[in-house]
Write a protein that binds this ligand. Structure first.
Ligand code: GTP
Length: 361
């Protein structure tokens, strides 16, 4: 079977980090999320992957080498300056996918799913589309489905503003589609699969749902992104020490990339991910945070619950609090304190305390 990875969105909710990289290249435990997705696809016998991308993503993919995990790779490009939405991007890839049923995966999800089960259900029901469904505490942020006993979707609504249903099954961003789907999607304009096409299939009784229980999360927002790193640290690095040069210590779970240095009396963790070539001075504390490649952090700084973008420079005695996001190449001067929720745009230089949550352009 072939798989289409949807990877041409603009990831507006992940700004400012998505200003400088597409969502599929966001590192999760130091590995781009797309590699986690591809690894799983190859283990599920997928032979060919088609990326539905825009120009921005295409530029980044030229610079970053993503392993193909033994699968054939093809690209379907959104037209320049014209985002097509999820449905439009699928229609655009029709020439690659018109010969048999195929899998579609959003490029921003981490899902512990056995693809063969959803494929089996889809084939058995002869569905036009089958959606993987997962339980969520707050369904209102997602597409919500209600199922009939035979697994047919009786009701589907995308991001309901008010929530009256008893169902907490949400669209997990994984679909199996029959090529008939192409006849439902108008060509050449932006189309949302979830908002425009699924409701038609519900009426025609050809949309099915496959609930699954393994780990599922997307990285749609910064707190989701921190959470997925946290959950995977818990799974894979509960006891392991981060390996780095220098005399610093790790408080597991924590992980560090290659060529990272942590100075004496510094503590990395719990729940810290340090990328490659990170330089941490002495007496620094980093917890509940993700630090991208090439960041340098001066002596006696404290970083808690934050994401620090690539090559940012954090001075000495700096305090960065929960939900702060520091863009790539930003500079935070010595002794600066950032209140909770401060967002700093890429390459911005800050030399004064920021005492309220705000975005610094
Ligand atoms: P936000 O702007 O933060 O909502 O992010 P997003 O643009 O990624 O949108 P969303 O999370 O709804 O997208 C779900 C998946 O579809 C992601 O993997 C996107 O990359 C992808 N996607 C969304 N819109 C498009 C599009 O216009 N073209 C292509 N090729 N993929 C898209």
């Amino acid at each position: 079977m072939k798989a289409l990875i949807l990877a041409g969105g603009f990831a507006t909710r992940l700004r400012p980090l998505s200003c400088t990289r597409p969502k599929i290249l966001f590192p999760v435990l130091n590995k781009p999320i797309v590699e986690w997705i591809m690894e799983r696809l190859s283990k599920n016998d997928i032979e060919e992957v088609i990326f539905a991308i825009n120009n921005q993503t295409a530029c980044h993919l030229k610079q970053v080498k993503i392993p193909n995990y033994g699968m054939k790779i093809a690209y379907s490009y959104d037209p320049p300056k014209k985002p097509l939405g999820t449905g439009g991007a699928i229609k655009r890839a029709e020439k690659f996918l018109s010969d048999s049923d195929f899998l579609v995966v959003n490029g921003d999800i981490f899902a512990d799913i056995d693809y063969s089960k959803i494929i089996e259900m889809h084939m058995e029901k002869r569905a036009v589309a089958t959606i993987a469904l997962h339980k969520a505490k707050d369904p209102s942020r997602y597409g919500v489905a209600e199922l009939a006993e035979n697994g047919r979707v009786e009701f589907f609504v995308e991001k309901p503003s008010t929530w009256h249903s008893s169902s907490s099954l949400i669209n997990a961003g994984i679909y199996v589609l029959n090529p008939k789907i192409f006849s439902y999607i108008p060509r050449g304009r932006k189309v949302s699969l979830e908002r425009e096409i699924f409701p038609i299939l519900v009426k025609e009784r050809t949309l099915y749902g496959h609930p699954f229980e393994g780990l599922w999360t997307d990285i749609g927002k910064i707190d989701d992104y921190l959470e997925v790193n946290k959950v995977l640290l818990e799974m894979f690095h509960k006891k392991t020490e981060g390996t780095f040069k220098g005399e610093g210590k790790t408080a597991p779970p924590a992980v560090c990339g290659d060529d990272t240095f942590v100075g004496r009396e510094s503590v990395v963790g719990p729940y810290a991910v340090l990328g490659r070539k990170v330089r941490v001075g002495t007496n620094v504390q980093i917890r509940n945070s993700v630090i991208f490649d090439g960041v340098s952090i001066g002596d006696s700084s404290v970083i808690s619950g934050a994401v620090i973008g690539e090559n940012a420079v954090i001075g000495k005695g700096v305090r960065i609090n929960e939900n702060c996001v520091i863009g790539d190449y930003a500079v935070i001067g010595d002794k600066v304190k950032l209140a909770k929720g401060v967002i700093v745009c890429p390459a911005k230089e800050i030399f004064e305390d920021i005492t309220t949550p705000k975005c610094i352009f």
